[in-house]
Design a protein around this ligand. Structure first.
Ligand SMILES: Cc1ncc(COP(=O)(O)O)c(C=O)c1O
Length: 404
């Protein structure tokens, strides 16, 4: 199959958070010019994890058929949905899910709020591995717990876990949860079985439940294999809440469908009890059919998209080497997000943001929002046509030239 991933799709008027909004004081605010058509004046949106590619044709077909049915009442997972989800994880990830373990939710972030509420008391701590997906901080604080960082070690151009520090932090009786980002957003690391097993053993020994946020687990660079946390062994499986979704994988975030997998019946019952107290919305009929179609028929699309993203990573790396040697790409093993190190420019985090946003007119997720460990880094979203990436690269080169 040859997908057309090169064409730019104007998303103006669709309410696209990525293209029509930016964040301001924790809220979304409209850009003054929400279209690619405004040319060089336009700020390019390369921030939130949402692709500029149309989702797989089988998904579109399933949605059209569902619309033609004409009734969109309250909905919940179907047998076909459960079968498609479990078959996907078994086939793609070697993760065998008992249907009893499978719960649905309108998103991973709402789920994380419920998890922190369910498994911590005020003043308890939640361990995260900064620089990391910033809503982990918010869901912790929202629910009266405190963030403790077991920060990653950045060495020789790659990130790894600090297991000695994790042992020390998990040993604190106040530590109740580790929110593990696997694969890791923003640094693009796909954790290996050895590192994950060590982290799993530490947490199990100290009674710290591991919330494995595996929302990026299907987005592997060609040749990379993902290790689901719950496949590490019975101890890990019985001590985890796994968060997955088709939303990043197939660009369906607006359909608000996620699958939460909890093998341990006691943890599952506690989660369900607190979940019920939140009156979160049930499934959308569109999320149900789109997920089923994506997991049944979306594989060739996904493989082609990830090959395209990998070529964007190569392209950006080569461009930096030739034109902006001050920037270093941390080569992602997974995700379509790419983390790069701009520290040799010598700018502080605010000055770097000013250069990217106001001089280059590029809206990235600034490294600093992932924690202080991210100062001097940027996260760019590479699930976009090559022409948008080229525009961004040229803008960066011109902006850097102004301060050389
Ligand atoms: C690691 C991680 N978790 C969760 C989410 C968001 O999940 P949801 O839209 O299901 O709340 C994202 C989105 O970027 C993410 O990167």
């Amino acid at each position: 199959m040859a997908l057309d991933l090169d064409s730019e799709i104007d998303r103006e008027g669709t309410g696209s958070v990525k293209w029509e909004y930016h964040t301001h004081g924790g809220q979304f605010a409209h850009w003054d010019k929400p279209s690619r058509r405004y040319g060089a004046d336009r700020t390019l949106a390369m921030w939130v994890a949402d692709m500029d590619f149309r989702c797989p044709e089988p998904v579109l077909r399933a949605l059209r058929e569902r619309i033609d049915h004409g009734i969109f009442g309250y909905s919940a997972k179907t047998d076909g949905y459960v079968e498609a989800v479990t078959a996907w994880f078994a086939r793609r990830q070697g993760f065998r899910i008992d249907p009893d373990w499978l719960l649905t939710a309108p998103g991973v972030v709402p789920t994380l709020n419920v998890v922190v509420r369910a498994f911590t008391d005020p003043g308890d701590t939640v361990i995260v591995q900064r620089p990391v997906y910033y809503p982990f901080f918010r869901v912790t604080k929202n629910n009266g717990a405190e963030v403790v960082s077991n920060s990653l070690i950045y060495e020789n151009g790659a990130y790894r876990m600090d297991l000695e520090d994790l042992e020390a932090k998990a040993a604190d009786p106040k530590a109740k949860l580790l929110i593990l980002c696997s694969p890791h957003n923003p640094v693009g690391a796909v954790w290996g079985a050895e590192e994950l097993t060590a982290a799993a053993d530490i947490c199990a020994r100290h009674g710290v439940i591991v919330v494995a946020d595996e929302i990026h687990g299907d987005l592997m660079m060609p040749g990379v294999r993902f290790t689901p946390f719950a496949t590490l062994g019975e101890t890990a499986a019985q001590n985890t809440i796994v968060c997955t979704a088709p939303s990043k994988t197939f660009n369906l975030a607006g359909l608000h469908t996620s699958n939460i997998i909890i093998p341990n019946p006691t943890i599952r019952a506690r989660f369900q009890e607190v979940y019920a107290a939140h009156s979160l919305p049930g499934m959308s009929p569109f999320g149900i059919v789109a997920t089923e179609a994506a997991y049944r028929e979306g594989e060739p699309w996904l493989d082609e998209v990830m090959a395209y993203v990998a070529s964007n990573v190569d392209h950006m790396t080569a461009f930096f080497a030739a034109h902006i040697p001050e920037f270093t790409v941390i080569r992602p093993q997974g995700t379509y997000l790419c983390w790069f190190d701009c520290r040799s420019l010598g700018l502080d985090a605010d000055a770097l943001e000013d250069l990217m946003l106001n001089t280059a007119k590029l809206y990235f997720d600034e490294g600093k929002i992932f924690g202080p460990e991210g100062d001097g880094f940027e996260r760019i979203n590479l699930a976009c046509p090559r022409s948008i990436l080229d525009d961004a690269l040229n803008r960066m080169a011109h902006a850097v030239e102004t301060i050389r």
